[in-house]
Design a binder for this molecule. Sequence first.
Ligand code: NAD
Length: 507
Amino acid sequence: MKDLSINPAISFDLPELFEGRHLINGVLCDSASGETFERQSPSHGHIVSRSALGSEAEAEAAIEAARAAFDSGVWSRASGKERASVLLKVADLIECNVDRIALMETLESGKPISQSQAEVGGAADLWRYAASLARSTHGDSHNTLGEDIVGVVLKEPVGVVSIITPWNFPFWILSQKLPFALAAGCTVVVKPSEMTPSTTQMLGELLVEAGLPAGVCNIVLGYGVPVGSLMSSHPAVDMVSFTGSTGVGKTIGATASDTLKKVALELGGKNPQVIFPDADLDAAADAVVFGVYFNVGQCCNSSSRIIVHEDIAEDFRDRVVELSRKVKFGDPLDPTTQVGAIVTPQHNSKIDAYVKEAKASGATVVLGGDQLNVEGLGDQFYQPTVIDQVTSDMPIARDEVFGPVLSILTFKTLDEAITLTNDSAYGLSAGVWSENVHTCLEFARRAETGTVWTNTWMDGFPEVAFGGFKQSGQGREIGRYGFEEFFEVKSVVMRIGNSRTPWVQES
Ligand code: NAD
């Protein structure tokens, strides 16, 4: 399409094939079977990594190592100061390795290099924040229970945590979990997505360099079944922290319930931005375009639907279409590219099927609506796509499309906007645009979502908890609330002196 901004392939020397290995008990190792799997870059069509293919044997060995490390107390009973000093070293090492890790992230995921660099560099701050929590953890004390009683409530690390991550933000999502689990004193087994295994292993090497004791963090590369499934069912695992699709999250919840493990789930979303006529429409249109195209829409927080007041709907749609034409799609290795490739050809076809289905159901495609061929790179890309006349019963308005596809719905009243917002199985995030603080506050209080953004979109901070209502998940990540997930609470009640009344009375 001539009226879009497309960055063709640039000339770039791709690095040598990355050879990924498991990290088990402090040692990088191949699979016992010698089997491997490969990842082809979504944007460049080259094999960019070859990783050891984990089986139940490697998952079992990693869980055993994490259990032994936890029970030894080498980390679980280390002081907050000791834990924090390792986490701070990891943060420094991440910053020294941003370019190397970001390049691999882009090659495996297809996302623009500038965004990989921001993701990896920004993750260092999550490690620093978690380090601060490691030193400030405390429970409660009760000094009002009676003259001869003192009660203390201790926080103890939950134990061995399985961390299972998706492909869309491999380094960031791991850093939303791992430093917090480590700060709490847990030991872990990590399984990255089979599509983006390498940056997790790179981080594992930095953990070893930073002096994390052997067995505290173990990494197994491979597929959901058998590796992730064993990590969710194994009796020696105390908690599963999972980010991924709602379907797999439900499977993990069911599997983990057999041994009553603690489960924290960060799942999908169908997130609306609601635009009122009194909003700063330029700012809102820019945020809508950012919200739907960031990471090619392959983002749990994608604002894949907007709910716009009918008085301004046409004007607002035109602004969004105009801006969409200016967003730079194309070669992820070009530093000016804003939107890269789709993760797999199969996923690209799935996105296209949603668009075609919406069209057949009476919606109007006002921009894009097809796969995109980028000069020199092939067609594993999708056009920026805006669909008008969408109704809330259409699959495109209800399902997580996970592509650069925006659905437009309209409303007349605040009540109607809130009804449409909450008419979803998901409840991850929502946004409201209005200059009226009363409108924003009422919306924020009535939206059934874990995060509400008012006059902004996707601003996040390590201090502020993140997570979903309804089928977007359970538990919270980051911030103090996220940190709390990694603890058990133990109450210790102490009697002072010999004042206890005997239960058995002398007759
Ligand atoms: P996915 O559910 O297909 O896979 C996620 C991880 O689970 C992978 O490592 C995979 O190998 C593993 N897995 C698959 N089957 C398993 C099983 N039976 N047992 C244990 N592990 C198993 O998700 P994806 O396609 O990698 O990621 C996209 C999804 O993640 C989207 O739905 C997106 O909304 C969601 N997501 C949510 C958040 C959030 O914070 N809420 C953030 C990012 C992504």
